[in-house]
Write a protein that binds this ligand. Structure first.
Ligand code: CP
Length: 285
């Protein structure tokens, strides 16, 4: 566990229980003086080649609260020596001299793994293109466990861009290790998850359904939705054509006990009127 590159690294129920127990402990103490300054004297580098609000600030907040210092490049494509043509590998080797761990977000799939191959300090994948977002998956799992008390025998609806969503990929692969889970993927046909990805989930024993409508979604246990990933579309017209096709509204949640999660940012996928319902967990998570 030197590097965090993929959600699959956490596919061990005992390990997840340990992480959740620690998270629960920190949740109670992180704002007061009793929290352990276990990172005192360390420096964490956040290197972001793609925009972020939550991931960069939450890593930085966590590092500071645990006593570490933080150095950050928040728009590395425009303000780092990437602009002059420096390779990712050379950049990582340099940052190794300044920091004890690197949190990396990059638009290309596989970059966290590439970085880890040349790095002498741990690399944490904060999102690599449409591939994975493992720490978001941990937050999602923790919220489901805290809200529903279990991670098995769940009906989870994923929408609305399974083709491009790295958070759907990471979370669904992790939830697949728990018995009795059933997934419904909702999207326009052109944004459906690849057959290879769905087959891999089925091999784990998950029952998988693919739909292009919101009928009956309120009967699920978890509604995990996120925006159409505009930056991953090759054709902008395709994005515009599909962006408002699926919007979760209060009428979908009438008499529903489903929890609604969204890694955010919210664009079109959830009507703001849902925010006031007890189902909404996306700001809390
Ligand atoms: N959840 C998430 O990755 O949000 P940001 O893009 O704002 O970091």
């Amino acid at each position: 566990m030197l590097n965090i590159l993929t959600g699959k690294q956490f596919a061990d129920k005992n390990l997840l229980e340990k992480i959740f127990a620690k998270t629960s402990e920190l949740e109670k103490t992180y704002k007061d003086e009793t929290v352990s300054k276990s990172l005192h004297g360390k420096v964490i580098a956040t290197l972001f080649y793609e925009p972020s609000t939550r991931t960069r600030l939450s890593f930085e907040s966590a590092a500071l609260r645990l006593g570490a210092g933080v150095i950050s490049v928040e728009n590395a494509r425009a303000t780092s020596s990437d602009v002059k043509g420096e390779s990712l590998e050379d950049t990582i080797k340099m940052v190794n001299g300044y920091a004890d761990a690197i949190v990396l977000r990059h638009p290309e799939a596989g970059t966290a793994e590439r970085a880890s191959k040349v790095s002498s300090v741990p690399v944490m994948n904060a999102g690599d293109g449409g591939n994975e977002h493992p720490t978001q998956a941990l937050i999602d799992l923790y919220t489901i466990k805290k809200s529903l008390g279990r991670l098995d025998n769940l009906h989870v609806v994923f929408g609305f861009d399974p083709l491009h969503s790295r958070t759907i990929r990471s979370l669904s692969q992790l939830l697949a290790i728990f018995p009795g889970n059933r997934f419904t993927f909702i999207s326009p046909k052109s944004l459906a998850a690849t057959p290879e990805f769905l087959e891999a989930l089925k091999k784990e024993g998950v029952e998988v359904e693919v739909k292009d409508n919101l009928d009956g979604v309120g009967e699920a246990d978890v509604l995990y939705v996120n925006r159409l990933q505009e930056e991953r579309f090759e054709d902008r017209n395709e994005f515009e054509k599909n962006r408002k096709l699926f919007i979760l509204k209060p009428e979908h949640l009438k008499d529903s006990k489903a929890i609604v999660l969204d890694p955010l940012p919210r664009i079109d996928e959830i009507d703001v009127a849902v925010d006031d319902l007890p189902n909404a967990k996306y700001f809390e998570q």
